[in-house]
Design a protein around this ligand. Structure first.
Ligand SMILES: [Fe+2]
Ligand SMILES: [Fe+2]
Length: 289
């Protein structure tokens, strides 16, 4: 089916853009509703957004789709190159018009897009040489675990023991670290433990994890624990911590782990904070020995 040059092709491109905009607007509307505690409204926006994304995907397929991996990587390089040029110009124009904050934002984005471009260029090289992809993204190992809190995990007043929660967090951090390095891991350190809210029996506890920093053989995992009251649907952050896990071989000796491939500004910031914690600990250790 050749639709090139037809009115329908043009309509498909317009429809695609409109669906993507609707998707973005609804995802943001969902976030706003969730932050204000309107979870049911948030669900409706999320679900509708999902549906708009599916519409966009169908339209994209009619327009030729993206079923060739190599071509997709090449297109990504071109796209990122265009973004770099575009943001360089917009930063300058915003500066000329006196919008300093927006100019600074465009400048920051220029650097991020340059990084995207480099990552895709490296990826193309690896893909063409049939090489091994060495780094792992944060997304690769991030996970969510959920569990209902039962009476045997709590004291007589119905409060879940901190140790039970930390065990769940340790498990989730361990799985995330093992997913990153594909080997056995052991917990080396737990830091910055913060209790924000007690957890009651009958609550649904959800643990979210993501890697923030890796050294030669250790991985720092950010762990956030949420508690949800199933009757009121109220959900709160209850506990957060950083778990440092070490990859070990079959003899229990530390072994190297893959590097962390970063894409977003938030990931970069978390890495900087993790690096600071790592260096501070190293300094303290070397002073005390
Ligand atoms: Fe739609
Ligand atoms: Fe980009």
């Amino acid at each position: 089916m050749n639709i090139e040059g037809s009115k329908t092709a043009e309509n498909l491109r317009r429809a695609f853009t409109q669906e993507l905009m609707a998707y973005f607007e609804y995802v943001n509307a969902a976030k706003t509703a969730a932050a204000a505690g309107f979870n049911l409204i948030s669900d409706i926006f999320h679900q509708t957004a999902q549906n708009e994304a599916e519409h966009a995907e169908h339209e994209f397929d009619f327009l030729g789709g993206a079923d060739d991996i190599r071509k997709n990587i090449q297109a990504a390089i071109r796209h990122e190159e265009e973004s770099v040029d575009f943001y360089k110009n917009t930063a300058r124009e915003a500066q000329e018009e006196g919008f300093d904050e927006i100019a600074a934002f465009f400048e920051r984005i220029t650097t991020v897009e340059e990084n995207h471009k480099v990552k895709f260029e490296e990826l193309l090289e690896t893909f063409d040489s049939n090489g091994e992809i060495k780094g792992r993204t944060v997304r690769h190992s991030a996970l969510t675990m959920a569990q209902l809190m039962l009476p045997n995990q709590a004291n007589p007043a119905g409060f879940v023991h901190g140790g039970e929660l930390m065990k769940m967090m340790d498990n989730a951090a361990g799985v995330t670290a093992a997913r990153h390095c594909n080997s056995n891991v052991v917990t080396a350190l737990v830091s910055e433990i913060n209790f924000y809210h007690p957890v009651l029996v009958g609550s649904l506890v959800t643990v979210n994890t993501r890697i923030t920093f890796v050294s030669r053989s250790s991985m720092e995992v950010q762990v956030e624990l949420f508690t949800e009251n199933l009757e009121s649907a109220e959900r709160m952050k209850a506990l957060t911590a950083y778990y440092t896990m070490v990859a070990v071989d079959n003899e229990g000796h530390p072994k190297p782990v893959p590097e962390l491939t970063l894409f977003t500004e938030e990931e970069k910031q978390l890495l900087d904070e993790g690096t600071d914690r790592y260096n501070t600990r190293k300094e303290r250790k070397s002073r005390s020995t």
